[in-house]
Design a protein around this ligand. Structure first.
Ligand code: SAM
Length: 349
């Protein structure tokens, strides 16, 4: 009985976040249509039958999330984890930032950075206002708003999607002896590292990202959790600053759709280099045409609505072929809600 109540509470909590996200999108779209009617005319509403399919996928994701907690992949408490302080502190900022976003959208200005933001040393593909974010990934405000914006976009399901990497990791690491080392590539504000810390309390965790502001935010968040602090490093994932064969497992969440094709291959090659023989590499990223052709309507407009310059190429890219080219084998795939997962192994010696 208590289990049924907990499950119902979890489902209500998630559906509440989903409705909040929908209400936010509706309100912001209405205001946008008043401010810039020409932009509103271009956007197409999602047909009702597709909305039902999306809802069904969301329900399947929540069931998978619940079942993994039941199996002990992670504690039930993780299902209710929500950055409430950030929500109340930064939700008004999301609205205050919106006029700037609309202006960039209207002017198709996708490389808009304040003069005080240092831009040297980054690859040119990175210097973009991904998701029309003010100062791209390069400001503290962007780091503070990012998780909230992703939650609004996915109706509170970003963490349930991230959590789907944990069961394959657990399965692959169950026979590992000694100190387990896990690297999260492009860790952003540390959401995935937080999940990893809960599922692997004893592991040594590592995270890299290009954004100093996002790493600062990750450090703030992760230092509040008991246990060993993950080691964070600013680095381009195309040149990982680690020894060959160092990690037992590597994760990479929501990076590949933001990379040009060459960089995608470079990152996979680097992950192959630094993971141990017999180790596992788990990718979580957007669905693609090959696994979700019924979601084409959503994928077709995503790159423009959210300024994702490499997404159009990403959705038809063959990631399995790229993983095999790097040397990975025994590659399996899963799809949950709007994300896909690739679980790839480096051959044991
Ligand atoms: C969409 S966010 C995903 C962040 C995080 N993994 C998550 O689950 O929210 C993409 C992240 O990739 C980082 N990034 C993009 N290109 C990168 C690169 N070449 N090397 C390292 N980090 C990169 C960005 O700074 C950003 O934090």
């Amino acid at each position: 009985m208590p289990d049924t109540i907990t499950k119902l509470t979890y489902q209500t909590f998630q559906h509440g976040k989903n409705y909040f996200g929908l209400a936010h999108k509706y309100l912001s779209t209405q205001i946008l249509s008043l401010v810039t009617p020409q932009l509103q005319q271009k956007s197409r509403p999602i047909p009702p039958e597709l909305l039902f399919k999306i809802q069904a996928r969301l329900n399947q994701l929540l069931e998978a999330d619940w079942q993994d907690a039941e199996k002990g992949v992670y504690p039930h408490s993780l299902l209710f984890d929500n950055p409430w302080v950030d929500f109340f502190r930064y939700y008004p900022e999301v609205w205050l930032d919106m006029p700037q976003i609309w202006q960039r959208l209207n002017q198709k200005n996708h490389q808009d950075f304040s003069v005080d933001v240092p831009k040297d040393g980054y690859p040119s593909y990175y210097l973009q206002n991904f998701h029309h974010q003010t100062n791209g990934y390069l400001s503290d405000l962007s780091a503070n708003l990012y998780d909230l914006q992703v939650e609004l976009l996915f109706g509170g399901s970003a963490d349930p999607m991230r959590r789907r990497i944990l069961a394959p990791l657990k399965e692959n690491l169950k026979t590992t002896t000694g100190q387990v080392r896990i690297l999260d590539v492009a860790c952003g504000t540390g959401r995935t590292l937080k999940l990893l810390r809960n599922a692997f309390p004893q592991a040594s965790l590592f995270g890299t990202d290009l954004s100093p502001a996002y790493l600062r935010k990750a450090n703030q968040e992760l230092s509040q959790i008991p246990g060993e602090l993950p080691q964070l490093l600013q680095a381009n994932s195309e040149e990982l600053p680690y020894l060959d064969n160092y990690f037992h497992a590597i994760t990479c969440v929501f990076l590949f759709h933001e990379l040009p094709a060459v960089a995608r291959q470079n990152v996979i090659d680097q992950c192959f280099r630094v993971v141990q023989p017999g180790g596992v590499f788990v990718i979580c990223d957007s669905i693609q045409m090959s696994d979700s052709p019924d979601m084409q309507y959503v994928m077709d407009s995503f790159h423009e609505t959210f300024h994702e310059p490499y997404y159009k190429h990403y959705i038809t890219d063959d990631l399995v072929q790229r993983l095999e080219k790097a040397g990975f084998e025994n590659i399996s795939q899963q799809v949950h809600f709007m994300s896909k997962y690739l679980i790839a192994h480096k051959p044991a010696q």
